[in-house]
Design a protein around this ligand. Sequence first.
Ligand code: GLN
Length: 546
Amino acid sequence: MKKNKHKFIFVVGGVMSGVGKGVTSASIGHILQSKGYAVTAVKIDPYINVDAGTMNPTVHGEVFVTNDGDETDQDIGNYERFLNVELSRTNYMTTGRVYQTVINRERNLGYNGRDVEVVPDIPNEVIRRIKKAAHDHKANITIVEIGGTVGEYQNLLFLEAARMMKLAAPLDVLFVLVSYLPIPPKVGEMKTKPTQYASRTLNSAGIQNDIIICRASDPLDAKRKNKIATFCNVSAHDVLSAPDVDSIYDVPINLENQHLGKRILEKFHLPVRGKDMRQWRAMVGRLKRARKKVTIGIVGKYFSSGNYILSDVYISVLEAIKHASAALGVNADLRWIDSQVFERKPSSIATLAQMDGIIVPGGFGSRGISGVLKAITYARTRKIPYLGLCYGMQLATIEFARNVAKLPKAHTVEIDPRSPDPVIHINEVQQKNLQQSRYGNTMRLGGYRCSLLPGTLARELYGKRIIVERHRHRYEFNDRYREKLTKAGLRISGICPDNDLVEIVELPRTTHPFFIGTQFHPEFLSHPLQPHPLFIGFVKAVLKNR
Ligand code: GLN
């Protein structure tokens, strides 16, 4: 291998979306990383939106925030969790972002006055971005996941970029097709035809798949494997079975059991090293063996699409609980609790007595908020372990101000701009952003330092003085209330040393076993092999409270 030569694996979807292309891409990355290669991953979202910050979470799922403050797709979170690396703005692109760069460059005479055309100028910008990600992250191998499915008009230009890269360096580019094989109940048989069509559609974009990963509820049998191989023009060894599994963390193990790593490295003419995935397998084993049952309630406004609840909106929170639980041998039963129910029927708050712990995750707007406040009162007064994440910290502050510090009208100006006691307020810069409708990428975003005060729960859990955590919010703890709330018994345990903002509030252990709220989102930094200390502390407290 020539030195510093980058290799690229494009992962494209066939048949339908939502079958786990992101987890598959992350798993391929993990396998190659476990063989000693430096891996990074790029997600392409074929939307005009410049980032995911302005997309509807009920359609798009969670907005994952990188350390450098990009608002990205939840798959970036999957990559960080499976690869245990820090990704950045360069790892994410949308159609809008690509066009914006090309148009700005044109306005600056960056094309020296020549015609700027959709092809090749748009694919060329896509290629430049992919190569930059590989370079910036010093990757030997870069996984590039193209969102959507082949045959959609939206991702044609990205496929075109991929085709051009393959043409320029045939030995450095591979294509993985992640397809779906339905088993229609009335037919009772796994059907390969949609996959054949997907492969043909890819061919019509000038691309030949090298590997096909077959997602289905059941494992692929030999007969269908051979059929797909023949019709989709690959060796049967390169048709892999990816049935539904209990945990997403099983996926790399399942693919590696079919020698995916070796197949890819051979195609790249890269040495096949014999490293294994021992740590990962051990982690998955712990997850499966976890027996200590606890019940954790996640209280918030209900995100639904038709008749389905969308847990994807809080995927990082769910994964963070899983990581901590696996490490502690805990089997956490997570319950979605719609806070609006407490508004409609106040007596239903008693159902929270069944919870061993309560989490209020991030959120925006006023829907369901008075119900959330009721739940926080319940957790505080009944001494149920409480973890508030971003909005969950702001609302815990409001609840405390109203019911303990005797400021009954305390509120966040996000909901009540005229509150006489705006314990959560907005600064001038953010106020201007709103007045001028500058919503995109203008919140307080990404990693900020936070110093932890000695003798606090936060300091004890982290075991260090300075941490860096990721943010995504517009409103802040109002400094004018620091003294009043502290006097009433609220503890401020984390402060940003760079701008003096309050980042963590908690109740002293003498008054509550575990009550803490963070202005940042710790869930973004939890990894399966490195659970987050706040979640570890929370699950331990939950276990004690069982
Ligand atoms: N809505 C709150 C704010 O903008 C909290 C945001 C969040 O929870 N991510 O400050």
